[in-house]
Ligand binder design. Structure first.
Ligand SMILES: *Cc1c(COP(=O)(O)O)cnc(C)c1O
Length: 425
C-alpha cells in the first residue's frame, strides 16, 4: 500500500533511510514517497478504465507544486477550491482543461481567474453562484461549463465536521432545487450547465455511500435529461478511504467494482476527485522527542511537532499510527492499528510544544520506550498535514522532502524566523 518499511530496524522511505533525512534536513519534516502517489493514481486510473474517467487530484490534500508537477505528468487533472490552488496548478504546468473548481464562496476575482485559465467545470454550489458566474462570463466574453453540486442526502458514519453529502450543509443544493436550476439556466449561452457533481465528504469505510449516491443520482440525471437538458458528466467527488490503519478501507478496484457497472451505458463521463486516498499514506511527519515526562500515572513524550504542523488529531480526533524510526527487531510493527501493542511497549500521550491542551498527536498510545532525541514517525500524514499547518506560536512551518527511489530532495525549505515576519513591513 505504501513505500515506508522497516529494514533491519530502520524506517525507510522507498530506498532512503529516514534517519539520513533527519540528519540532513532536521525535524519536524514531512517526508513523501513519490512512488506511493503514482502507484495510487495508476491503480485508480486502471480500476476505472472501463468508462471514460478523469481523475482530478484534490490539491487541498497535499498541494506542493513539485507534487502537482509529477501528478500532472502522470495524467492527473486537479480539483481546486480557491484561486491560490489554481495558481499552484498553473505553476506546476497542470492541465486546467482537466480541472474542476469547487467551493461555496468563489469570489468574482477567483471566477475571472478560473475563466481565463480555461478550467473544465465550475462546480456550482448555489443558485446565486451560478447567476454570478453567468454574469461574469458574459461580461468577460468567456464560455465555460458548469456542474451542479447536488446533495444526494446519503448519510454514513464519519466525523460530524467532515460530513457534507446531507441536506443540512452549506454545500450544494438539494434534489428538488437542482431540477429547477437546470430548467432555469441550462440554456445559457456563456455557461453550459451540463454536469452533476456529488461530493459525500470524507472518511467512509465502505463503498456503500458511493453506490447509494450513484443509485440516487442517476434517476435525477434521467429526469433532467427528460426535460431536454444535457448531462454529459457525473463528478463523484472525493472522500475515498485512505489507509490510516491497515486494511480498513476499500481499494480503488473495490470502489470501481461497485460504481462502474452502474454507469456503463449511461453515456456519462466520470470525474473523480480523490485527495487522501492518493496521498495520505504517501507521507509521514517525522518528529523528534524533546523530553520525557511523567504526569500522575501518565507518560508524555513531548515532541518537536505540534498541532500547528498536524492538526488532524486535535481537530477531528484523527488516528495516526506513530512509531520510532529506529527500533529493536522485536518492535518491528506488523500492523498500523489503533491498538497495536507488543510486549515491552508503554502507554504514552505524544504531545507537541504548543500552549494548548488540544496539542497532541496521540493519546494513550502503546510505544516502545522512547528517550530524548529519538525520532518518531507519524504515519499517513500526507493528506491535510502540511496543507493545514500554520505558524501558531510563531513556529516555522516544517520542511517538505520528496523521496524518489534512492534519492531525496527538499521540495519546501523549512521556514526561518525572517520568513515569519517577512510580510509585516
Ligand atoms: C476535499 C475535497 C475533495 C478531496 O477529499 P478527500 O477526502 O481528500 O478525497 C474532493 N472534492 C471536493 C469538492 C473536496 O472539497
Amino acid at each position: 500500500m505504501d513505500y515506508f518499511s522497516y529494514q533491519n530496524g530502520n524506517l525507510f522511505a522507498e530506498n532512503v533511510k529516514i534517519e539520513t533525512i533527519a540528519q540532513a534536513v532536521g525535524t519536524p519534516v514531512y517526508i513523501y514517497s513519490k512512488n506511493t502517489f503514482i502507484d495510487h493514481l495508476h491503480k485508480m486510473q486502471k480500476a476505472f478504465s472501463e468508462i471514460e474517467t478523469t481523475i482530478c487530484y484534490s490539491v487541498k490534500a497535499c498541494g506542493n507544486i513539485n507534487i502537482l508537477k509529477f501528478m500532472a505528468e502522470a495524467g492527473s487533472g486537479f480539483d481546486i477550491v480557491s484561486g491560490g490552488e489554481l495558481f499552484r496548478v498553473q505553476k506546476a504546468n497542470g492541465d486546467a482543461s482537466k480541472s474542476v473548481y469547487a467551493g461555496v464562496g468563489k469570489t468574482d476575482n477567483e471566477i475571472i481567474e478560473a475563466l481565463n485559465a480555461g478550467i473544465e467545470y465550475f462546480n456550482i454550489e448555489s443558485q446565486e453562484e451560478l447567476e454570478n458566474l453567468i454574469t461574469i462570463a458574459k461580461k468577460q466574453g468567456k464560455k465555460t461549463k458548469a456542474a451542479l453540486r447536488i446533495n444526494p442526502d446519503v448519510q454514513y458514519k464519519t466525523h460530524a465536521y467532515i460530513t457534507t453529502g446531507v441536506k443540512e450543509t452549506k454545500f450544494g443544493v438539494d434534489i428538488e432545487h437542482a431540477i429547477n436550476i437546470f430548467d432555469k439556466y441550462a440554456g445559457d449561452e456563456n455557461v453550459s450547465l451540463c454536469a452533476v457533481h456529488v461530493h459525500l465528504g470524507s472518511g467512509g469505510k465502505t463503498i456503500d455511500p458511493y453506490v447509494n449516491a450513484v443509485k440516487k443520482i442517476l434517476p435525477v440525471i434521467e429526469d433532467i435529461r427528460k426535460r431536454g437538458h444535457t448531462v454529459e458528466a457525473l463528478d463523484l467527488g472525493g472522500g475515498y478511504g485512505a489507509d490510516y490503519e491497515s486494511d480498513t478501507v476499500p481499494s480503488a478496484q473495490q470502489y470501481a467494482d461497485g460504481i462502474v457497472p452502474l454507469l456503463i451505458d449511461k453515456n456519462l463521463k466520470l470525474i473523480l476527485e480523490p485527495g487522501k486516498s492518493i496521498c495520505a499514506n504517501a507521507g509521514i511527519l517525522l518528529t523528534r522527542v524533546i523530553y520525557n515526562k511523567q504526569g500522575g500515572s501518565k507518560k508524555f513524550a513531548i515532541v518537536d511537532a505540534g498541532m500547528n504542523d498536524l492538526i488532524r488529531p486535535s481537530l477531528y480526533e484523527a488516528f495516526h499510527f506513530i512509531w520510532p524510526a529506529k527500533v529493536d527487531e522485536k518492535f518491528i510493527p506488523s500492523q498500523r492499528e489503533q491498538n497495536f501493542k507488543t510486549d515491552g511497549t508503554e502507554i504514552y500521550d505524544v504531545v507537541g510544544p504548543i500552549c494548548e491542551g488540544a496539542d497532541f498527536l496521540a493519546k494513550d498510545r502503546a510505544l516502545p520506550p522512547v528517550k530524548r532525541g529519538d525520532l518518531l514517525a507519524v504515519f499517513t500524514a500526507g493528506a491535510y498535514g502540511y496543507t493545514m499547518s500554520s505558524n501558531y506560536n510563531a513556529r516555522c512551518r516544517a520542511a517538505e522532502v520528496l523521496v524518489d527511489g534512492d534519492n531525496f530532495s527538499i521540495i519546501r525549505k523549512r521556514e526561518t524566523y525572517e520568513d515569519l515576519i517577512a510580510l509585516e513591513g
